[in-house]
Write a protein that binds this ligand. Structure first.
Ligand code: NOJ
Length: 557
């Protein structure tokens, strides 16, 4: 849309994982009416857009990312009337609502798949990806992203179907124009209901390389890596341009694509200002740094030099050509304080605020994941049975069951990078289960809810919540943050993240200390002597010669 600034560029987006946000009926599962009770809280934080993780009907093999009816609400979350009421209330507050679009796959309980598996001749057969066995085995060696093979055998029709996620998440066949049209119709239906856009699940994976070649064996996985053949596949841009032309261009929406396998070059293709596809992409380079021999399953600390390189490259290569999405957390990654900051009570709040400064002073649309604004930390579960995530259980079985690593090692990895770290109940207050439910929560709460919770933080001026509120308020009024150019300084410094933003002569210097030690701050060619402090995370005045542990400062030069 030329001629006026798109609304989503200046918006603060808040991601809700509905299952863990607020339960209103005591069944231990968050729901839509629970979200309605908390809209005031979001307004107070300064949220402009709510992104709802899936709320559609689903058997919950992957917590709603396995949809069995795109036009119905999951009974545990409420009814379509509850959804309509939520949408109305969100709009009355001047906020917007973005839904999750999960169209790489459906649930195997979706009526399309139920039909598809009935016979080779069924009219829905081609809605999914069915293949003959190869030499008596699977059609190729691809791994599921949840470990194990990506193919499941159907005894009745004697063929395999593709499921890049769990076997209850069969991949849709986007080569079939009927499938595409059904999806576009469904999106239009939601658009006419009045939603404000979509976050698009694994959207880079819709088009598969038609020859289905074997993938490389890596990360200690007995199955091959199919990603090079299903991410950014040959027809992906044709599909998204068609989707844009048939649906997206008809609505004043925000669209953000989940970019598995997407680097800056690909992001420009999906979301360049003139791409005619999406508004923005999420990339994962910064949250997937420092993998180990088992890929994401590791306990490696993050290398700050690499983190700076990644985030700076995205700032620079998209400059003037595409728009960045700024996020530290979502429902698939550990908590940022635990991963990039410090859980030590001495530094926890400080590091949470420093991380906010470091990321949200960059250019792009800011995303906050529920509880991040409180500095919530990774969960402290001791036993495997406390975890609920299908990925965690499948990988445990393969790695420990397969004798690759010990139980203790695997539990260490899960604590470090497992998805349930982000899925524990939202910590509202210090009552039972953190005020999330009056029943038994579907997943245990983090035991630190008595010290980390929204009620306590809203009543304290120096809390992480209040800091987030202040930072986003300042961000909204600042042209230099919204539009300024970005330049990394001290790129090789192992402990400091320092960069500069500039817009029409106005300059901000952002300096963050990622360590628990005092660090000298000396930036060649810049002096802080005359600089005014714009924002800082310590209560006392910063020094100009150095940064205290986990200190974050923003200077107007
Ligand atoms: C990405 C989602 O964020 C994740 O939670 C889900 O498991 C997969 N896509 C499959 O839908």
């Amino acid at each position: 849309m030329k001629g006026r600034r798109e609304w989503w560029k200046d918006s603060l987006v808040y991601q809700i994982y509905p299952r863990s946000f607020q339960d209103s009926n005591g069944d231990g599962i968050g729901d839509l009416n629970g979200i309605r009770q908390r809209l005031g809280y979001l307004k107070e934080l300064g949220v402009d857009v709510i992104w709802l993780s899936p709320v559609y009907q689903s058997p919950n093999d992957d917590n709603g990312y396995d949809i069995s009816d795109y036009q119905a609400i999951m009974a545990e979350f409420g009814t379509m009337e509850d959804f309509d009421a939520l949408l109305l209330e969100v709009h009355e507050l001047g906020t917007k609502l973005v839904m999750d679009l999960v169209v790489n796959h459906t649930s195997d309980e979706h009526p399309w798949f139920q039909e598809s598996k009935k016979s080779r001749e069924n009219p829905y057969r081609d809605y999914y990806i069915w293949k003959e066995p190869r030499e008596g085995g699977m059609p190729n060696n691809w791994a599921s992203r949840f470990r194990g093979p990506a193919w499941a055998w159907d005894e009745q029709t004697k063929m395999y179907y593709l499921h890049i996620f769990s076997r209850k998440q069969p991949d849709l066949n986007w080569e079939n124009p009927k499938v595409r049209q059904r999806i576009y119709d469904m999106m239009t239906w939601w658009g006419e209901k009045g939603i404000d856009g979509f976050r698009m699940d694994v959207i880079s994976m819709l088009s598969k390389e038609p020859s289905y070649p074997d993938g490389e064996l890596k990360d200690g996985n007995p199955y091959g890596d199919g990603q090079p053949f299903y991410a950014n596949g040959p027809r992906i841009h044709e599909f998204l341009k068609e989707m844009n032309q048939k649906v997206l261009s008809r609505f004043d929406w925000m669209t953000v694509g989940e970019g598995v396998g997407v680097g800056t070059k690909e992001a420009l293709e999906y979301a360049g200002f003139d791409s005619g596809e999406l508004n923005m992409m999420f990339h994962f380079e910064h949250v997937e740094l420092c993998p180990g021999p088992y890929g994401k399953w590791n306990e490696n600390p993050v290398d700050l030099v690499q983190l700076k390189e990644v985030l700076s490259r995205w700032q620079q290569e998209l400059e003037g050509r595409a728009w960045n999405s700024l996020f530290w957390e979502n429902h698939d990654y550990p908590r940022a304080v635990s991963r990039f900051g410090s859980e030590d009570p001495k530094y926890r709040d400080l590091s949470a605020k420093m991380l906010a400064i470091c990321l949200y002073l960059m250019k792009g649309t800011p995303y906050v994941y529920q509880g991040q604004e409180l500095g919530m930390t990774n969960c402290d579960f001791k036993e495997l049975k406390d975890f609920r995530d299908i990925e965690i259980h499948q990988v445990y079985e393969e790695m420990v069951g397969g004798g690759k690593v010990s139980h203790e090692e695997m539990m260490g990895y899960i604590h470090h990078t497992g998805r349930d770290n982000a899925r524990t109940p939202m910590q509202w207050d210090d009552s039972a289960h953190g005020g999330f439910t009056e029943g038994t929560p579907w997943i245990r709460e983090n035991s630190n809810y008595k010290s980390i919770n929204a009620k306590e933080q809203m009543g304290r001026e120096d809390s992480v919540f209040r800091f987030y509120q202040k930072l986003f308020g300042m961000r909204k009024d600042s042209q230099v943050i919204q539009e300024g150019t970005y330049r990394l300084l001290l790129s090789e410094h192992p402990g400091l993240f320092v960069y500069e933003r500039e817009w029409e002569g106005e300059r901000l210097l952002v300096a963050c200390n990622f360590t628990d030690q005092w660090q000298e701050l000396r930036v060649p060619g810049r002096t802080l002597k005359e600089a005014g402090l714009w924002l800082g995370n310590y209560e006392t005045e910063p020094e100009r010669a150095g940064l205290r542990p986990y200190e974050g400062t923003v200077w107007a030069l």
